[in-house]
Design a protein around this ligand. Structure first.
Ligand SMILES: C[S@@+](CC[C@H](N)C(=O)[O-])C[C@H]1O[C@@H](n2cnc3c(N)ncnc32)[C@H](O)[C@@H]1O
Length: 238
């Protein structure tokens, strides 16, 4: 679980936008996006026992639905949405400035037909999704929680993998990346131990990663700072 995700009702509070260094116009634009655009794209927190059919969240027919956990500034999600107009993208993020950033991409690149936002802890949505209803799930640079005593807060866990295995269709993909060696070892161990996930790739070689795997903002920072990044790429067993 991410630091932000612990604060379950943060999304319902009046958001604070950007730091003091950002200009008034930027802050006003972010606020406008949150107040005007977000309500049109929001996936509501499901009621207990409610089922959320992902494909029906989009105005037109979609070939498949992909879900990104903790999209940060939304660069990866926006790129996928732009490159794949026939795919529905659900982004889950609790960080309000990140949500505003994604909305900026949606507005500028006209992605409103195939992007939806769950501005809450993804774990409130996953149980409501039907079996096999997602084609891909992305967990890119999850909060690492490197201390052993915080290990139970890490997003990748046997319990989460059970849920992801259920909601992914046969042959669906799970893409994980991290620059934290402790987290990578942890995630690889749990993925290897889970019978539903077949290994496609486990590498620190960016050139071996499929071309349709855009870098996130966090990955860009790692590249700039030359921190090694590890990619764990799995397929839901048939
Ligand atoms: C280290 S950041 C990485 C952001 C982005 N994926 C990137 O690579 O640039 C992790 C993000 O995951 C989000 N997050 C953590 N746990 C989450 C959860 N349970 N549901 C939704 N978002 C979560 C945090 O708010 C944070 O923005």
């Amino acid at each position: 679980m991410g630091k932000h995700a612990e604060n379950g009702n943060a999304a319902a509070e009046r958001p604070r936008f950007f730091g003091r260094r950002q200009g008034k116009a930027l802050r006003r634009n972010a606020l406008g996006l949150i107040e005007d655009l977000l309500p049109r794209l929001t996936v509501a927190v499901p009621e207990p026992d409610e089922r959320v059919e992902p494909a029906l969240l989009f105005p037109g027919a979609v070939r498949s639905v992909w879900l990104e956990v903790g999209f940060g500034g939304g660069e990866h999600l926006a790129q996928l949405a732009e490159d794949n107009p026939d795919i529905g993208l659900i982004g889950c993020e609790v960080f309000r400035n990140g949500i505003a950033s994604l909305l900026g991409h949606v507005q500028a690149r006209q992605l409103g037909n195939n992007v939806r936002v769950f501005p809450e802890d993804v774990r409130l949505l996953l149980p409501a999704l039907p079996d096999g209803s997602l084609g891909r799930v992305f967990v890119l640079f999850p909060d690492p929680w490197p201390k052993t005593r915080h290990a139970d807060r890490r997003f990748i866990s046997p319990e989460t993998l059970d849920v992801l295995a259920r909601v992914l269709e046969s042959g669906g993909e799970l893409r994980v990346a991290s620059d934290d060696p402790i987290y990578v070892a942890w995630a690889a161990r749990h993925l290897d131990a889970h019978p539903a996930f077949e290994k496609i790739l486990a590498t620190a070689d960016r050139s071996a990663v499929p071309a349709d795997w855009p870098a996130t903002r966090y990955e860009q920072k790692c590249i700039t700072g030359r921190a090694p990044v590890f990619f764990l790429y799995r397929r839901r067993a048939r």
